[in-house]
Design a binder for this molecule. Structure first.
Ligand code: GDD
Ligand code: MN
Length: 227
């Protein structure tokens, strides 16, 4: 018989140089009863040290192979395969995704295959980034509507959850590993009938450190839509 996993849900947190945030975030998630997989992309700062210092077996640091750079989407997919929980949640390390919304995403997975944190507002983003995000949102939804794939009101969100069984429907070859938009790579592979719950939230300013978003990530997003 398969042993029961330690946690109701595993939270995957992709990181790249997040030493200022990761300790506090992981402690918060553990306190809430979740297992955590920190999916690192080859950080050169104290991110790993912060996680190991917590000393809790429910918090795992998933090092990138050889300490090489590993993209956000690749890191999330590697962690999802390693997760030992029925429910998987993905969230950023920098507190832009509210901790208090994680239970809502997890609860929504009782009745849905997926749950997506959908932004009602972006606080602290300049005009340029708002325009890129809105453009990405519209483009993704238009492409999904044309292709008849699954969709939601915020397909470019980085805050979402799914049941582990969903992984069987996802081909890794169609995930753009270096990209930032793993949700787009997942949704495009699912049928229109997929039950997706939406959890509204406000995307607030980053806590410590800086954004890793670069122009090439916008191009990788287009690659995600085309592949
Ligand atoms: N493993 C890994 N590898 N993690 C990475 C990498 C990488 O190459 N680059 C960034 N990350 C981690 C960051 O450490 C952070 O926890 C998370 O991925 C998101 O990166 P940010 O740099 O904070 O992204 P952002 O704030 O500009 O963009 C966010 O908004 C988008 C719009 O909703 C992210 O949340 C996106 O995931 C989201 O789609
Ligand atoms: Mn961020």
């Amino acid at each position: 018989m398969r042993k029961k996993s330690a946690c109701e849900a595993a939270v995957i947190v992709p990181t790249f140089n997040e030493q200022e945030n990761i300790g506090r975030l992981v402690r918060g998630l553990l306190k809430m009863g979740y297992c955590v997989i920190v999916a690192d992309g080859g950080s050169s700062d104290g991110t790993e040290k912060e996680v190991l210092a917590i000393g809790d077996r429910r918090a795992v640091f998933l090092r990138s192979p050889g300490g090489r750079r590993r993209g956000l989407s690749d890191s999330v997919m590697d962690a999802a395969l390693a997760a030992d929980a029925e429910k998987i949640i993905v969230m950023d390390a920098d507190f832009q995704h509210p901790l208090e919304k994680v239970p809502e995403l997890a609860a929504a997975l009782d009745n849905s295959e997926m749950a997506v944190g959908c932004r009602t507002k972006n606080e602290n983003w300049g005009l340029g980034r708002q325009v890129i995000s809105l453009g990405g949102n519209w483009t993704a939804r238009a492409v999904f509507a044309l292709r008849g794939s699954a969709s939601c009101s915020d397909p470019v969100s980085g805050f979402f959850g799914f049941r582990k069984s969903l992984l069987g429907k996802i081909s890794r070859r169609r995930v753009v590993g270096e990209g930032f938009k793993v949700l787009v790579d997942v949704l495009k592979q699912l049928g229109k009938g997929t039950k997706i719950a939406e959890v509204p939230y406000v995307f607030v300013g980053r806590d410590g450190g800086g954004s890793k978003f670069r122009a090439r990530h916008a191009l990788l997003f287009l690659k995600s839509l085309l592949s």
